[in-house]
Design a protein around this ligand. Structure first.
Ligand code: AMP
Length: 293
């Protein structure tokens, strides 16, 4: 296979599924002295993912994108089987976004028989998503560390949309001395404010309307803070009210937290993050917004 720098004749991005093939392609980039940006995804790509690919492309010589629906981060009652798998159209979008290499492994090569070693993530993983989805971050940290070993990138790109995940990964690379810079890119939203998510495609048109409640709830929190409200419980109560007005009754959490520790805050005194997880029908959505005084 050709591992020369891309030319017009090159079928970029190259798509590999085998680990040996991946390692060889990445080693060739390294040998040429190229810097590498890695974008881990579960596929079903949208503009949010592509913004990470473009950010990587802007800062690194080569962009590697992984597309893998990681079974270990799904709970037993979750949507692993249903999760959209759209590799052909993902690759088309990645071509457009100028990715160089796509790693799309089979689950059996990431988790061969006998696989039994997991990363136990930090305390920050126990909060919020960790309460609602026990073991979720163990699966995330394990697959991300495996990807970091397979693809020794200079930088890896993650979305602010999954804010708690970025904190778990930042802590992991610090604690385990992984020499990869973690870059956090802004949440990409639909025109009306709904955060883009692969799971949005589960929503019926009516649920799509309801889902806007998440953004409205976060926006209200921001308005409250800029209007001088400092009591977190008051803001959280109103956030829940907005969700409820949109027909969203099942709320996992609606909280104001410290952006560093993710601990709840009682009072808004400095930078704060509003965090939400709620169900629209059967679809669980998360979002967050930074609220600055
Ligand atoms: P996923 O495929 O859902 O695992 O997401 C892969 C990466 O894309 C993660 O770093 C996400 O945080 C990021 N991402 C997902 N949705 C968005 C979005 N709307 N804006 C920015 N990044 C996103």
């Amino acid at each position: 296979m050709n591992d020369q720098p891309s030319s017009e004749a090159d079928p970029r991005p190259r798509v590999v599924s085998g680990i040996a093939e991946l390692r060889a392609a990445v080693a060739a980039m390294r040998q040429r002295g190229e810097t590498i940006g890695l974008v881990p995804t579960m596929g079903a790509l949208h503009e949010g993912h592509l913004s990470l690919v473009r950010a990587a492309g802007g800062e690194c010589d080569r962009t590697v994108v992984s597309v893998f629906v990681n079974p270990t981060q799904f709970g037993p009652q979750e949507d692993l089987d249903q999760y959209p798998r759209t590799l052909a159209s993902d690759v088309d979008q990645l071509r457009e976004a100028q990715a160089d290499l796509v790693f799309a492994p089979q689950a059996s090569s990431m988790y061969p028989p006998g696989f039994s070693t997991y990363v136990q993530p930090s305390a920050v993983a126990q909060l919020w998503e960790g309460q609602s989805r026990p073991d979720h971050f163990r699966g995330v940290a394990t697959i991300v560390l495996k990807l970091f070993h397979l693809i020794p990138a200079d930088a890896a790109y993650f979305g602010h949309k999954d804010y708690q995940q970025t904190r778990v990964i930042q802590r992991m690379v610090q604690d385990l001395d992984v020499p990869i810079a973690i870059k956090v890119c802004p949440t990409v939203r639909e025109a009306d404010g709904l955060a883009m998510s692969s799971r949005n495609r589960y929503l019926s048109p009516q649920q799509r309307e309801q889902a806007l409640g998440l953004w409205r709830s976060l926006s209200l929190a921001r308005e409250q803070v800029s209007g001088g409200q400092r009591e977190a419980t008051q803001i959280e109560r109103q956030m829940r009210e907005v969700l409820s007005q949109h027909g969203i009754q099942r709320i996992d959490y609606a909280a104001l937290v410290d952006p560093e520790t993710l601990e709840s805050v009682a009072e808004v005194r400095g930078p704060v993050l509003a965090l939400l997880a709620a169900y629209v029908g059967q679809t669980r959505l998360i979002d967050n917004l930074r609220l600055d005084i």
